[in-house]
Design a protein around this ligand. Structure first.
Ligand SMILES: Nc1ncnc2c1ncn2[C@@H]1O[C@H](COP(=O)(O)OP(=O)(O)OP(=O)(O)O)[C@@H](O)[C@H]1O
Ligand SMILES: [Mg+2]
Length: 454
């Protein structure tokens, strides 16, 4: 009987197919090139080198050039997957097992590509060499970034049972913007306008926000889009394990942690970077992912007047708080108050829409009661309507902004509506980049400079 639960098969349209004659010529050329390159320090093969050899042997075929390029300069059999922009993730789970991919719209799929142990090791070694690190029995885990910005994690036995594994989160060349998230219905214009106000804080009270969610739920993407609400005059410092954020402002210092070198020395972790950033007079600190003892440093900074944004891996707003106050983060409960909002990001499988990503809740941290952090829901996602609903009676952060600016609660709510309308009027069908988006948002501030500059 056919199993209805099997995954769809991914077939690449881009596979280079060689005729029998081309296949013979290709094998011969490849051997020659390997001979030439064995003693050469520069291991990459240029197109003109391939062409010269082909001319010598009177071979003419663009397909052969492509295939040799993939084989020698790329990542072998998975190259076609790396070239497909529709794929979010490429997953090698061990030797002689099919490679899995995560498709932007179709979700998890299985490919017909199988790799042997030496083939996987070859790809991993190539990546390790590129980042000048090693992976071996003593250090069987490798975190790295490919030249195109894709994020890579590799493991080898003994920590993985069925051979080496490789997980590649492909870099999205075109960063999504707040307008994309609105168009995708990941966020609505009301929430976008709300976040716009609480993040720029009308220049008097910027909010601290944690974006929480599961793996691949879109936390980093949402964080990235929200950075466009940070006023241009601010000094921004970003801290990440692997550079992913792309921020439209010019005044940004981007920092990245460094794992230990081959001798196990020279590690620079998030905590060190964060402490250092505090000596650099930041207005806004953005932490890619909070997960360890740097949390205390971050919360100390937030409690002493710095503003921050970051992501955290958790499945609910309450779990976000629990993770923060328990080991290994150990943030004192009293300090949690410095967060204004927790945004929950979710990846959902929708029966007719396929994989969708949604903000499913926004909660405000409103204080402490009996040593317990109190959360107040501001937005809640309605699953059956696929709609985010504003359910707040009031928001402390918003009220504080209003009172600092001398606005009534009606006036600040009107300001949300104005910005909502402005976002709606600027929604376009064609995609615009983060810089264009920032310009549009800046223009609004310009029109409203009475509210902003006072
Ligand atoms: N709202 C969205 N709509 C459509 N695609 C999205 C959305 N948000 C993110 N993506 C895509 O989903 C993938 C994962 O996104 P992202 O890296 O932001 O997730 P994450 O939660 O930070 O993942 P991780 O847990 O690995 O850090 C990326 O390819 C990104 O382009
Ligand atoms: Mg992330």
């Amino acid at each position: 009987m056919k199993d209805k639960n099997t995954l769809p098969i991914y077939k690449s349209k881009k596979t280079v197919k060689l005729s029998k004659k081309e296949e013979r010529e290709y094998q011969k050329l490849k051997e020659e090139l390997i001979q030439i390159k064995v003693n050469d320090e520069n291991i990459t093969v240029q197109d003109n080198e391939i062409k010269r050899l082909m001319d010598k042997q009177q071979i003419q075929s663009d397909n052969i050039i492509k295939k040799i390029n993939n084989d020698l300069n790329g990542y072998g059999k998975i190259d076609i997957l790396l070239q497909d922009d529709e794929l979010e993730e490429i997953m090698i789970i061990g030797s002689n097992k099919p490679v899995y991919v995560y498709h932007r719209t179709k979700g998890m799929m299985i490919t017909e590509i199988l790799l042997t142990e030496p083939e996987i090791r070859q790809i991993i070694t190539k990546i390790a060499n590129f980042v000048q690190r090693k992976i071996d029995k003593q250090t069987p885990i490798l975190d790295a970034r490919l030249p195109d910005g894709s994020r890579v994690n590799a493991t080898i036995p003994p920590i993985t049972a069925d051979g080496p594994t490789l997980t590649i989160r492909k870099f999205k060349k075109e960063q999504l913007t707040i307008f994309d998230l609105i168009n995708f219905n990941s966020i609505n214009t009301h929430l976008a306008a709300f976040l716009w106000i609480v993040i720029d804080g009308l220049n008097v009270r910027p909010s601290n926000i944690i974006i929480a969610g599961g793996t691949g739920s879109g936390k980093t993407t949402t964080l990235n889009t929200l950075t466009s609400f940070i006023p241009t005059r601010e000094r921004i410092i970003t801290i990440e394990d692997t550079l992913e954020l792309q921020i439209p402002q010019n005044h940004v210092i981007r920092t990245e942690t460094r794992p230990p070198n081959i001798e196990g020395k020279g590690e620079i972790n998030m905590d060190v970077l964060l402490k250092n950033s505090l000596r650099q007079r930041p207005d806004r600190i953005i932490v890619g992912e909070v997960r360890s003892k740097e949390a205390i440093t971050l919360f100390t900074a937030l409690n002493t007047g710095h503003s921050g944004l970051g992501t955290l891996h958790a499945n609910s707003t309450q779990e976000t708080v629990n993770r923060l106050i328990n080991p290994p983060m150990n943030v004192p409960t009293i300090m949690i108050n410095s967060i204004d909002f927790i945004i929950m990001q979710n990846r959902i499988y929708h029966p007719s829409k396929g994989t969708i990503r949604r903000v499913t809740e926004v909660a405000e941290v409103v204080g402490m009661e009996m040593n317990k952090v109190q959360l107040n829901q501001i937005y809640r996602y309605n699953y059956s309507k696929d709609k985010l609903e504003y359910i707040a009676i009031s928001s402390n952060a918003l009220n504080e902004i209003a009172s600092m600016k001398g606005l009534s609660s009606q006036e600040i709510l009107k300001e949300i509506e104005n910005r909502q309308e402005y976002l709606e009027n600027n929604l376009k069908n064609e995609r615009i980049d983060i810089y264009e988006t920032k310009k549009i948002l800046n223009n609004y501030e310009y029109q409203q400079n009475k509210l902003i500059e006072e």
